[in-house]
Design a protein around this ligand. Sequence first.
Ligand code: GDP
Ligand code: CA
Length: 356
Amino acid sequence: MSGPDSPTPISRTASRPISRITVLSGGMGGAKFLQGLLHGIRTAALPEVAPDAVVTVVANTADDIWVHGLKVCPDLDTVMYTLGDGIDLERGWGRREETWSVRTELAEYGVEPTWFGLGDRDVATHLVRTQMLEAGYPLSQVTEALCRRWLAPTWGASLRLLPMTDDRVETHVAIADADSPSGKRVVHFQEYWVRLRASVPAETVVAVGMGESTPAPGVLEALTETDLVVLPPSNPVVSVGTILGVPGVREALASTAAPVVGLSPIIGGHHVRGMAEQLLSSIGVEVSARGVGLHYGARSAGGVLDGWLVDTADAEHVDELRAAGLAAEAVPLWMIDHDATAAMAAAAVRLARPAR
Ligand code: GDP
Ligand code: CA
């Protein structure tokens, strides 16, 4: 029994293994990180994390699009297919061994959009989702139902996937258009990314519907009733940025007792894969590991992070990040395989819980 004379433990919670981790994820970067994190937990490469720890993923849904009458949720599906071993590894999205008859038939009808390719196998997911939504189920329940096929058989109760919100929120991008009277045109994020390949500068990025959205059931609890929150190397603007934009999420991160650590999606001034560079420039953030870390900011200074990992190529940013109130370290951040990614997750855990 502890009494007034017994030594006070430095921190009871800090010596207990981590049993709950929450990850704010986009699609490909988030999913790859999650694969490495789960691999690390299973292979005991993260000694501070309990083998039966529960990982909760709060996924971005602002990439979602209604297309050909179907509700498509690219980031939810990328996480689901990746962790359910159904992803096409080469493309990094959609189903493995995909065929494209539906797309060909739609093109024969001349219906738009032709630039958004829905694979035949993938269509089944969107049909189930759309039917359930139209029957009145919220996206969170639909996602749970889809995950019974994709995640439960492998991960049981140790992995939960939550959409950031059940409400319709869509990222739109304003681009220059000489043919328009305003000189601008606003396109859905998917059109910017898939059709335009992010090849024109993004002038503004707007998450339509964000202000009126509320976090999906379980999201705020996942941020406050957890042992660790991780911002994986996902797009800071259209993945993590939109999750942080859902009213209530920033406040939950500000108040949670759990440490919040992030991993830079920018290495050596480049975005590795994707289009983070174009979008960071549109919001005036320097395309660098330092720029993104300072953009998220230290919780002690009104931001969302306690710690920030940068790649060894960006080691010179560490001092400045520390001066801004962040615990910062430089470690290899290339997700080249599960072991390398597990080592990144282990570094994130160490940053959150420095050895005492
Ligand atoms: P999306 O929704 O499919 O665009 O995926 P995310 O938003 O989750 O992640 C995309 C981001 O992951 C890209 O913008 C890259 O900056 C980052 N990324 C991809 N591969 C790597 C990697 O190996 N290491 C790091 N540090 N970042 C990566
Ligand atoms: Ca995405």
